[in-house]
Each structure stands twice: as structure tokens, then as C-alpha cells.
Design a protein around this ligand. Structure first.
Ligand SMILES: Cc1cc2nc3c(=O)[nH]c(=O)nc-3n(C[C@H](O)[C@H](O)[C@H](O)COP(=O)(O)OP(=O)(O)OC[C@H]3O[C@@H](n4cnc5c(N)ncnc54)[C@H](O)[C@@H]3O)c2cc1C
Length: 339
């Protein structure tokens, strides 16, 4: 029996645990985390599938991981599980006040187009480029509990506790998976991991059915419909650890969003929330490593640093974790058929 310990209960930890269980039902999987849903970073995110703020992650990896994740959401949607898993099909527009190149991932969502100058002019003369496509919103607060349930049904154990080193979690592990998000800054330690603070509001505005994003520095705003509320954002403040709602940010979000979509002025605010995107200046780290303990060496797979697009990439990353795990298990414990 190979004992796998996953550190992290966010989308990447739970996704990795499940991907390994599905591929290797013989493994005994345990997930150790300070917090599980509804208290992880993804739980407050709108969950728009759009690989965003993934700086310095190679394009081919962004494409591979985000395509696999898009396909997962398509499967859920097509199988009629959209409501239960918080997955909705959504059409919308992104605007920039500078020329932006077409992103490498543009072939994945449905019907991606660059806006013509006439189409951009509808929103104001300041926009120099823009795009429109159909994608999914996948709300982790709804799908994470369903994935966790499957992890448990497959025999996985959950342990809610804080660890102060990876060694502490590796004590009873034959293989360690590190999906600790921002925690990797201290646990690895990896000083290239930093927070990018995101504050959002949730409002009741059922008439808003399309997403609208103004990516300009001065008027940054996003409006993303979820199933029960519409998410208004936001901020992206690097190296800001403040988890409290900042009234000044609230005012800026409200002003920018109502300026680009005035009908929001009559929307009722239902919640405000702050999350810290687990960014990494070198991009996502997904690779094998080793941890030297007192009397043995434990193989480790790191999977952290997903910044502003963990919900858009987690399932592809989890599949890659499972593939690396297969190789490591084979190397350290012999052919998988013997497990
Ligand atoms: C405002 C906002 C909006 C966003 N919107 C989107 C969006 O629309 N689309 C999108 O794709 N992404 C979005 N994101 C980004 C996305 O939410 C993250 O990339 C993703 O949730 C990261 O998941 P994770 O599992 O890697 O990390 P996390 O969810 O942060 O999980 C880390 C886990 O590690 C555990 N941990 C850490 N340190 C320790 C320790 N010492 N001991 C024990 N456990 C530990 C934590 O408790 C937690 O369980 C948004 C983020 C924010 C903040």
C-alpha cells in the first residue's frame, strides 16, 4: 500500500488527491490542510474560466492545463451536473485601454473573437483592444464539496491541521504532494511565492447574464455572473497580506463597476470578501523533488503558484500530478500491477 499525503485542501490539493485516487485506487490518500472548503482561496472566487495572472508560466503548459480543465467543466455541464457543481455557460467581453495581443489560449473557449473598433466604441473611446468569447464559470464553493465527497468515498482521509514544515507532513508518507498555495512560501521555502490581494463584492442582480471585464490599469473592473449572485471586482495588489475588507477598495470597485454597467446601481450588496491569490514570480511550479528526512528520502511533487487562474487550470495540473505520481510510484515501489 503506497501512502500518499497531499498538503493543501484548495482546488489543487483536492484535485490532485482525486486524480491520484482515480488512477491508483490502491493508494492510501490523506489530505492535510489548515483549511478546507468553504475557507480556501477558490471559495470566494467567481471561477471564470480564463487563464489570467499566470505570468511566467510557459504558454504550452497554460494551454494544456486550462484545456483539460475546460473539458472537465464541459463534461459536467453536458452531463446535467452544472447546477450541482456550480458550473454555468457564460458569454462576455474583455476590454483594454492598450493594444493586447491575442492570448495563446484563445482556441479553447467557444467562439473567441477580437472586437472591431465599432464594437469597442460601444463601451467608450478609451478602449484600444477587446475580445469576446463563451466560457464557463465554475464556482469552487459548489464543486469543491462534491470533489471532497468523492475523495472520502474512495477511502481518502482529511486532516484539518496546520503544519510548520513539509517534513512534518511527510512523516507517514511514501509520496508527498505539495499544493499549499501561499503556504509554500514558508513550507518549501520558496521566496518567489507572494500574495496578490483580491477584494470582491457579491450583489443580487439577476438581469446581469454576461461577464464584462475592463482590464485597464486606471479603471480596472470585472462583473461576473454566478448562479446566485454577481461578482464585482476587484483589486490585484501584489504583496498585500490584508484579509480585511478595505472600504476604499469597496468604493473603487463600486464606482468602476457601476460606471461601466450603470444598471448595477440598483443591485443589492450581499457579501464582500478578500482572498489572496497564491502567485509565484517564476510561474506555476509543478515538478518532482525530494525531501530528505532523518532516515529516508521522500519523493515530493510540488503543485503551487497558480495566481489568478487556479480554477481555470487545476484539473489539468491534477492530471499532470497523477502522471508524475505514476512514474515515481513505479520507480520506488515497482510495477503498479503489484501494488
Ligand atoms: C478575488 C479572487 C478571484 C479569483 N477569481 C478567479 C477566477 O475567476 N478564475 C480562476 O481561475 N481563478 C481565480 N482566482 C484564483 C484561484 O482562486 C486560485 O488560483 C486557486 O484557488 C488556488 O488554489 P490552490 O489550491 O492552489 O490554493 P489555496 O486554495 O490557497 O489552498 C492552499 C491550501 O493549502 C493549505 N495550507 C497552506 N499552508 C498550510 C500549512 N502551513 N499547513 C497546512 N495547510 C496549509 C491551506 O489551508 C489550503 O487548504 C481568484 C482568486 C481571488 C483571490
Amino acid at each position: 500500500m503506497v501512502r500518499v499525503v497531499v498538503v493543501g485542501g484548495g482546488v489543487n490539493g483536492v484535485g490532485s488527491a482525486l486524480a491520484i485516487q482515480r488512477r491508483h485506487p490502491q493508494c492510501q490518500v490523506k489530505v492535510v490542510a489548515k483549511s478546507f472548503t468553504p475557507h480556501t482561496t477558490g471559495d470566494g472566487a467567481a471561477g471564470l474560466w480564463e487563464p489570467y495572472l499566470s505570468a511566467n508560466t510557459p504558454d504550452d503548459k497554460v494551454i494544456q492545463w486550462s484545456r483539460d480543465t475546460f473539458n472537465l467543466y464541459s463534461d459536467w455541464y453536458r452531463d446535467g451536473e452544472g447546477k450541482a457543481r456550480g458550473v454555468s455557460l457564460v458569454h462576455g467581453t474583455g476590454l483594454h485601454n492598450i493594444q493586447q495581443p491575442t492570448p495563446a489560449w484563445h482556441t479553447i473557449p467557444i467562439g473567441y473573437i477580437n472586437l472591431s473598433s465599432e464594437q469597442r466604441a460601444l463601451y467608450g473611446p478609451q478602449y484600444k483592444s477587446g475580445h469576446r468569447f463563451t466560457t464557463y464559470t465554475a464556482e469552487p464553493s459548489k464543486f469543491l464539496p462534491t470533489l471532497l465527497e468523492e475523495v472520502k468515498t474512495r477511502g481518502g482521509r482529511l486532516e484539518e491541521r496546520s503544519i510548520s514544515s513539509l517534513e512534518e507532513a511527510a512523516d507517514d508518507a511514501d509520496l508527498l504532494i505539495n499544493c499549499s498555495g501561499l503556504g509554500a512560501r514558508d513550507l518549501v521555502p520558496d521566496p518567489s511565492v507572494f500574495p496578490c490581494r483580491g477584494q470582491v463584492m457579491r450583489v443580487r442582480a439577476p438581469w446581469v447574464t454576461q461577464f464584462l471585464i475592463d482590464d485597464s490599469e486606471e479603471s480596472f473592473a470585472y462583473i461576473i455572473p454566478n448562479q446566485e449572485s454577481v461578482v464585482l471586482g476587484g483589486t490585484h495588489q501584489d504583496n498585500n497580506w490584508n484579509l480585511e475588507v478595505d472600504p476604499e477598495d469597496t468604493q473603487t470597485i463600486w464606482n468602476n463597476c457601476t460606471s461601466i454597467l450603470p444598471s448595477l446601481k440598483s443591485a443589492q450588496v450581499v457579501r464582500e470578501w478578500v482572498g489572496l491569490r497564491p502567485c509565484r514570480s517564476k510561474g506555476v511550479r509543478l515538478e518532482a523533488d525530494e525531501l530528505k528526512l532523518f532516515n529516508r528520502t521522500v519523493p515530493v511533487i510540488h503543485n503551487y503558484g497558480h495566481g489568478g487562474c487556479g480554477v481555470s487550470m487545476f484539473w489539468g495540473c491534477s492530471q499532470e500530478v497523477a502522471s508524475i505520481a505514476s512514474r515515481l510510484i513505479h520507480r520506488h515501489h515497482g510495477p503498479l500491477s503489484k501494488l
